[in-house]
Design a binder for this molecule. Structure first.
Ligand code: PLP
Length: 382
């Protein structure tokens, strides 16, 4: 085999979900309930499904080939009119992609190799993984119990900062003041904020903005990433979008990147997304969002009633369960003794140690099964 970069060679060993999968397989148990990967577990909303089928049928009546590499204008326009109505963006400032994961990790390719990257810790593993593969210099920004899981701007200058709110994995969300603090830091240090708003549709707290552009000056410093994955159950369809405000003067370069690396995204999926933004689509997907949040509430109450300390769950269906010690050990106990698949906090970064993340993206049947198992977990066993 030809030589590959060292960063790739040493990578697979530390990939979180590969390690979880290996431990699950090794356990040999077939009767497991997964509160692990945050994947959707409800079927597509009916009107969204129908819109996709209609688009496929349309493709059977006339040829629809490559679309615009940054997405169809019908979808971009609908996004600007619904999700971004208060912010007056233009079609040039929004582009479609195949989901946040690829967009937020490859956006760095626009920026110089020596840019200093700040990444919240713990965090969605892709941010750090991509930076490591690219051999970038990174600074971790701890989200700890002591700071309410809100990352604090460092004294030194960073060039790019990854933020996520509501936050996977800690389940907490940044208020407008918290976000403004970062926008002010970025303006003062000429930094760029990569704002991951994957869970914007789950926000319930009035103090938590659904977009970073609610903050003064955010258009000068922030790129916002969203997708239909969690808001409309598109994890298996793949569709996201990114806002690159004209103040940052990078839209044309991002479009260039799309032109070079992609030939666009599926027409039927974009039609399904358009339907998800319609009043009926919104009503249907909102019911799913509420169902997941309700699951989070019940899971949290169940653990709290047993005396455990659990964070999150209000603005995102993830719970951050304080187990105190070694989170891989707690993971193993939950797996072997209770038949529960979870995610050890340490897998999201060093500051996640001492916690277990539970996903409430559960169908009602799975939720019930999970609850009956969690009921039997006793203090001191983890
Ligand atoms: N960002 C966060 C914080 C996530 O939790 C996830 C998925 O779990 C993603 C991004 C991936 O989103 P997408 O499916 O749009 O790639």
């Amino acid at each position: 085999m030809k030589a590959v970069k060292e960063s790739y060679k040493h990578f697979s060993k530390s990939y979180l979900f590969t390690e979880i999968e290996a431990r699950v397989v090794k356990s040999g148990s077939l009767d497991l309930v997964s509160l692990g990967v945050g994947d959707v577990s409800l079927p597509l909303a009916p009107s969204v499904k129908n819109a996709i089928i209609e688009a496929v049928e349309e493709m059977g009546t006339r040829p629809i080939g490559y679309g615009p590499t940054d997405g169809y204008p019908f979808l971009k326009k609908a996004l600007l009119e619904t999700e971004y109505a208060p912010y007056n963006f233009t079609l040039e400032e929004i582009s479609i992609n195949d989901g946040i994961s690829s967009a937020i990790t490859t956006m760095t390719s626009l920026f110089p190799k020596d840019y200093k990257i700040g990444i919240i810790d713990p965090a969605y593993p892709a941010y750090q993984n991509a930076a490591r593969l690219e051999e970038r210099e990174i600074t971790l920004l701890p989200c700890l119990e002591e700071n309410g899981f809100i990352p604090q701007p460092p004294k030194e200058k960073l060039d790019i900062v990854y933020l996520c709110s509501p936050h996977n994995p800690t389940g907490t969300a940044m208020t407008k003041d918290d976000l403004q603090m970062w926008v002010d830091y970025a303006r003062a240090h000429k930094a760029i904020l990569f704002f991951d708003a994957a869970y914007h549709a789950f926000i319930q707290s009035p103090s938590v903005p659904t977009s970073i552009y609610a903050c003064t000056g955010a258009k000068e410093v922030a790129i916002e990433f969203r997708s239909f994955s969690k808001s409309a159950g598109f994890t298996g369809l793949r569709l996201g979008y990114v806002v690159t405000p004209k103040e940052l003067a990078i839209s044309s370069f991002w479009r260039l990147r799309q032109d070079v690396y992609s030939n666009g995204f599926a027409y039927p999926v974009q039609k399904g997304a358009l339907q998800a933004l319609s009043p009926l689509g919104k009503e249907e997907t909102r019911a799913q969002v509420e169902s997941y949040l309700q699951g989070a509430k019940v899971l949290k109450e169940t653990l709290e009633a047993k005396g455990f300390l659990v964070y999150g769950g209000e603005d995102i269906p993830f719970l951050w369960w304080k187990v105190g010690g070694d989170s891989w050990q707690a993971f193993d106990t939950l797996l072997h003794k209770y038949g529960l698949i979870t995610v050890p906090g340490k897998g999201f970064g060093p500051s996640g140690e001492g916690f277990i993340r539970l996903s409430a993206f559960l169908s009602p049947a799975k939720l019930e099964k999970a609850l009956s198992r969690l009921e039997t977990v006793t203090q001191g066993v983890l």
